[in-house]
Design a protein around this ligand. Structure first.
Ligand code: MRU
Length: 354
């Protein structure tokens, strides 16, 4: 298993994903500002991994505290605000900082700072290990859903699956969300080939998903983002499964830019389009997708490719990092609790009932 992030003895260790697959650079830091920078620059990325990294970043911030207990609340408030400001779309980041805040709220009065920090460190480790477990459960529910929905095709042949961006170990702590479903489906002999779209401009599909699939020996091809429609038209894709950065109460789903176009094409060709994500990615406080903050990134991500200028430095650019696929285009949202199909308002709300 690829070690995307880990935390021990006060040190946060991460694989810097900006250089993959050409260079495997592991970085160690005890500085919470460096960890925030790693989230901002996408050295660590992918919604569940951002959540776990955010929790570890808070722990680094705690460890850096030198003051008295009386001054700690103001410091902690600033620390959480700084971590929250690192990336806006993946709700897992806010899920993680809220969990850390809850431990603080419940224990600050009674505990010494040392005991409080130990409890918060345990909470961060739990956020990480929960995401590892979630991936295994998502994969199981996803494969069961595929067997139900695609039983007819599976009687005659294996399936070709489209995925977008990177939703594997590099993004999720465990085996992955969408890529976890694909991994398990492959192990069960259901998959012919994975079609991985490149995911411009930072190429998470071409660089990272391809790297993980190659590592596992799963047959795949990489395509440009704009190729999915012709492959669907030619019968080369049977279903699509992608991850999510934030899912609203009605099933609208923010994910890597390009996801929406794949979903429109899939629906046009009557191909089931699934989202695989942990419950920590569902923002039940938002009723629909237009309320999701969409990150806009630096124009140079588009005007340059790995430092090489490919457009004039003055070319005007719109660079949304994510788009929102309406729930109406999604066949099912596969979570660690169950696969929600049909009425998302009811089905997603039920996930929060116990
Ligand atoms: O900008 P990134 O690389 O953090 O975007 C990642 C994605 O959009 C993933 O598809 C999403 O976070 C799901 S990861 C399981």
């Amino acid at each position: 298993m690829i070690d995307a992030i880990s935390f021990s003895s006060g040190t946060f260790r991460y694989l810097d994903q900006r250089f993959l697959p050409l260079k495997e650079l592991h970085i160690e830091t005890r500085d919470y500002k460096e960890a925030i920078e790693a989230i901002k620059t996408l050295a660590v990325r992918g919604a569940p991994l951002i959540g776990a990294s955010a929790a570890y970043t808070v722990v680094l911030g705690l460890n850096a505290y030198q003051g008295e207990k009386a001054d700690f609340p103001a410091y902690f408030e600033r620390l959480i605000a700084e971590v929250n400001a690192s990336r806006p779309t993946a709700v897992n980041l806010f899920f993680a900082t809220k969990k850390m805040q809850a431990v603080y709220d419940a224990n600050f009065e009674a505990d010494s700072l040392e005991t409080l920090f130990a409890k918060m460190t345990d909470e961060a480790q739990k956020i990480y290990s929960d995401e590892v477990d979630n991936c295994d459960r998502i994969a199981r529910h996803g494969v069961e859903q595929l067997k139900r929905d695609l039983a007819g095709v599976l009687k005659t042949r294996k399936l070709n699956v489209l995925t977008h961006c990177n939703t594997g170990t590099l993004a999720c702590c465990g085996i992955g969300t969408a890529l976890g479903v694909i991994r398990l489906a492959w192990q069960e002999g259901l998959i012919e080939r994975v079609i991985s779209s490149e995911s411009r401009p930072l190429l998470q599909g071409l660089r990272l998903t391809a790297w993980e699939l190659e590592h596992d020996g799963i047959p795949f091809v990489s395509i440009s983002d704009s190729s999915s429609a012709i492959l669907m038209q030619r019968g080369m894709i049977d279903f699509a499964v992608v991850g999510a950065d934030r899912i609203t109460a009605n099933g609208d789903t923010a994910n890597k830019i390009g996801t929406y176009a794949h979903a429109i094409s899939a629906n046009h060709h009557c191909i089931p389009f699934y989202i695989a994500a942990p419950v920590s990615t569902i923002d039940i406080t938002l009723s629909e997708g237009s309320q999701i903050p969409i990150e806009e990134r630096n124009a140079d991500e588009l005007r340059t490719i790995f430092g090489t200028q490919v457009a004039t430095p003055t070319t005007p650019v719109v660079n949304y990092a994510f788009d929102v696929t309406p729930g109406t285009l999604i066949r099912g949202i596969i979570t660690e609790k169950k696969a929600v199909v049909g009425d998302y308002v009811k089905g997603l709300a039920e996930l929060f009932e116990n």
